[in-house]
Ligand binder design. Structure first.
Ligand code: SF4
Ligand code: SF4
Length: 291
């Protein structure tokens, strides 16, 4: 069971929910939490676990070999990402723009663009009891999140069997990194706030998951502020509201200390318990349907 936790924008409480839900589930069974917000991972602030493994992650980019090049310009013509440029008698490759698609390298008539490894980020694996925490982070200057997200998910899939519940803390927004982080999920939890801004971003996120044909539900964070626009929208569109996390000053205080909430605040514990039960029910139903 893979659960992606996403939101239309940052700052809605996605990481709070991911870390509390994963830690709650890990009290009774093995669970993996993976922070896929590789540009700015912050789940690690709340998970105090032991580092047991770390590795560099690489992507492949072409490197120009001047001596063989005939300056035909094919490479520039085939690159869809403007990552190769022919400038006079020079071929310039822009690694930040390169998607590692191999087109220029494969189509170069003189093999002048062999693909070479380039470090793009680091992956760290922490463990505490039943909780496995995997975090990846792009190195400074590296702009493309998608390849690192993909490699991180592959790492989680290789390390953990299907019986282990996997929670992916997705990047915010609705662009390519979120698609990559949610496309393999069995279920997507969309976290929002009950405000007009929250509703606007929730609608965008809902459109995205609908286009991906993913089952999903909504968690309302800071319930009690704003208005009932999100509730009405979900009711009209038959979207399940799985849990409501109340707006509480104590939550902000505990959060600012980098601590988990559910062990101190009963309403948060109730919320993560409801989500865990909902996900279990969904999983059992899915298993029955595939039998
Ligand atoms: S395709 Fe190959 S030979 Fe042609 S310009 Fe590019 S690097 Fe040079
Ligand atoms: S590998 Fe693909 S994206 Fe990268 S420079 Fe070559 S054609 Fe462009």
């Amino acid at each position: 069971m893979k659960i992606a936790i996403a939101s239309g924008k940052g700052g809605t409480g996605k990481t709070t929910l991911s870390t509390n839900l994963a830690s709650f589930i890990a009290e009774s069974r093995e669970c993996v939490l993976s922070d896929l917000d590789v540009e700015e991972p912050n789940s690690g602030l709340f998970i105090k676990a032991e580092l047991i493994h770390e590795e560099d992650k690489f992507k492949m980019i072409p490197e120009w070999e001047k001596s063989k090049c005939e300056l035909c310009g094919n490479c520039q013509a085939v690159c869809n990402f403007n990552a190769v440029l022919k400038m006079g008698k020079m071929i310039m490759v822009f690694p930040e723009l390169c998607h590692g698609c191999y087109a220029c390298s494969e189509l170069c008539p003189t093999d002048s663009l062999p693909m070479k490894q380039k470090k793009m980020g680091e992956l760290k694996f922490y463990k505490k009891g039943n909780l496995n925490f995997i975090e990846s982070k792009l190195i400074i200057g590296e702009e493309q999140a998608v390849p690192l997200i993909k490699q991180t998910i592959d790492y989680v899939d290789e390390k953990f069997g299907e019986d282990v519940i996997k929670i992916f803390d997705s990047p915010p927004g609705t662009s390519c990194p979120v698609i990559e982080a949610t496309k393999d999920a069995d279920f997507v939890i969309l976290v929002t706030e009950p405000t007009p801004f929250g509703l606007h971003d929730l609608k965008l996120a809902v459109e995205t998951v609908k286009q991906m044909e993913k089952p999903f539900g909504v968690v309302i964070n800071r319930h009690g502020i704003g208005n009932d626009g999100v509730e009405m929208y979900c009711r009209e569109d038959n979207i399940d509201i799985i849990a409501r996390i109340p707006n509480d000053r104590l939550i902000a205080e505990i959060y600012s200390r980098g601590e988990l909430l559910y062990s101190t605040i009963p309403s948060v514990k109730e919320a993560v318990k409801s989500i865990s039960n909902y996900v279990d029910k969904f999983n059992s139903q899915k298993k029955r349907e595939t039998k």
